[in-house]
Design a protein around this ligand. Sequence first.
Ligand SMILES: [Zn+2]
Ligand SMILES: [Zn+2]
Length: 102
Amino acid sequence: MKTEGERPPRFCNLHPIGTSEECGGCARAREHLEAWDEHAAQSDVIAAKAHDFERRRNRQLIENCPMHCAENSGMVEVLDDDGTERLKRCDHGVPRGVASNA
Ligand SMILES: [Zn+2]
Ligand SMILES: [Zn+2]
């Protein structure tokens, strides 16, 4: 889940730069901001974890790849229709659309 929209203001509408007065609006605004920050931090952690998982999984695929694409950092040399060699992103012998749990 991603945090929607802008980071909320620290203070209420009446006190854009805050106030030394007691203000329920400012108090609520601060609570809202703290909750928002906490939520955003959690979203970041989840996103970072997912990203990390993807990266590790990808590295593992490259290391175990039957095409030995690790030499070309995940790319393999293929012969084009006209016979020229070019690099393409390796699918690591995993058929497209099939998730491997191995
Ligand atoms: Zn206020
Ligand atoms: Zn590969």
